[in-house]
Design a protein around this ligand. Sequence first.
Ligand SMILES: Cc1cc2nc3c(=O)[nH]c(=O)nc-3n(C[C@H](O)[C@H](O)[C@H](O)COP(=O)(O)OP(=O)(O)OC[C@H]3O[C@@H](n4cnc5c(N)ncnc54)[C@H](O)[C@@H]3O)c2cc1C
Length: 604
Amino acid sequence: MSTETENKSKDLLRGGQFLVKETSAENVFTPEDFNEEQKMMRDSVREFVDREIWPRKEEFEKKNYELTEDLMKKAAELGLLGVSVPEEYEGLGMGFVTTMLVVDHISGATGSFSTAFGAHTGIGTLPITLYGTEEQKQKYVPKLATGEWFGAYALTEPGAGSDANSGKTKAVLSEDGKYYSITGQKMWISNAGFCDLMIVFARIEDDKNITGFIVENDPENGISMGEEEKKLGIHSSSTRQVFFNETKVPVENMLSERGNGFKIAMNALNVGRIKLAGACLDAQRRVITSAVNYANDRVQFKTPIAKFGAIKSKIAEMATSAYVGESASYRAAKDIEDRISIRQESGASHQEAELKGVEEYAIECSILKVAVSEDLQNCTDEGIQIYGGMGFSADAPMESAWRDARITRIYEGTNEINRMLCVGMLIKKAMKGHVDLLGPATKVADELTGIPSFETPDYSELFAEEKEMIAKLKKVFLMVAGSAVQKYGPQLEDHQQLLLASADILIEIYMAESAILRTEKNAKRFGEDSQKEQIAMAKLYLYHAVDTINSRAKEGIVSFAEGDEQRMMLMGLKRFTKYQNHPNVVELRNTIAEKVISENKYAF
Ligand SMILES: Cc1cc2nc3c(=O)[nH]c(=O)nc-3n(C[C@H](O)[C@H](O)[C@H](O)COP(=O)(O)OP(=O)(O)OC[C@H]3O[C@@H](n4cnc5c(N)ncnc54)[C@H](O)[C@@H]3O)c2cc1C
């Protein structure tokens, strides 16, 4: 390992460790750290979207599936379908951060294109690049990377949604051992209407776990499709049922090993989840920009509505959620990229390194999926409100943005499933000794019975109080989740409402900390004055995070602890969520809103 790699490795936290270790601002990657190549990539994607997708926004509402397919071909001509694919398979071989940057900016105009792009480049291609044999990769990946072929991913079935491993689709080996015969029904398959290849999951005999197969879409081979689904949103994204009737698949098209399909499905989804967070970012920026354009133009009571405190408050909150989402998404993306390069430099193949690199941050991937999809939903909802009656009209951009946003809370694992996963995975990591939760949790328990310090802290440095607050919020998680684990052990899984509350605490900590670290880093290098609004956003987000954490933790404590234990934990909660100096929330919002309103766009 080179010295540079060793240093990188030393500073890089493991997935989930953010909860028990402090990250310094210098070690966090921010959107202000993009290199020239990344900025060029971002600008060319933006230019593509502004030229080809945004002007056709209305057309996307008319169930024009061909339009989506045509634009996918155009994206392919620019190389955008192969950004993360290694060069030897005709991709651009770019790093994880650049891949995020592309998915972020290509997804801003409409969920229809975003879904088609995500299904093809993510779950439709990745299982082969991550798990395929050399022959499989040579045969299929160049076709997918160049858009000669389009991919889809067929996991869900009528009876197997969240419980993805329970599918009934069967794969039966032929007598001559040359092929599998696949029979079954898949549902909700994105890109089904125009795909050339599908990653299909089926069960061999009575195996415990499903198996993955690469299946070419050939109607002559027992494959038929249902009609296009009639959906609430993403109207030009093709979504169909797919029926397999003794579809013959050569044995060499099995992905990885027999019974490994569930693992493939889950790992493809880890990548899918962080990219879905990325895919919600530019959608938020565009919604904010449209909303503020409207608010500056629309006059009521002889005043542009942007001047009203009620509207300013919405604009400030919308901008804050987008800024925080960006901060956390790119922080995690770079951690993944670094972990991949560390593994590669230690001798792992690209395939192995990418697989393990993303798996390491599966907790962060779930956190981001939940947080950013919900932020987008809120953002589009407030966007409608700012437009008033026009917001409800299909002639204005908010109506479709709101409908399109809704699916992001459902696919790639529902937000309930992802909430439970992120806490569950963290506890598993602790049990395996990958993240030490027990030590810090014991310290918090001791602190609860100890005497609090009455020293007057020095908060003169930027974010001194906020960083102290983040440290205290981490104690809240350790106190609540730690006691819950102690009380219920492995049965904690059955206490879903407790898991959901713990997940919200975890999510808020990661998001708030990411925004503070990004802003601190930028304030140090560009000067505090240049970051006035960003500082306000980091503080505003933290203020809300403290409230959410307080209420979710309280809910947990009063539900599973009793008597003295409950009283002690509630006192601890009060101490750990206490501001010495409350921020002036209205002033923070006004600072943020005034910047967005004066620039007439999302300005960060
Ligand atoms: C437009 C669209 C595109 C899609 N694209 C694809 C695709 O390309 N490929 C593919 O394979 N799939 C795809 N899906 C399927 C999608 O991933 C599933 O819809 C999703 O995983 C949820 O499964 P389900 O619909 O069966 O809901 P269910 O699993 O029936 O869930 C219903 C509700 O119950 C909750 N729930 C379920 N289990 C639990 C539990 N254990 N504990 C607590 N709550 C639970 C869920 O959170 C949800 O709120 C797509 C779906 C849609 C709508």
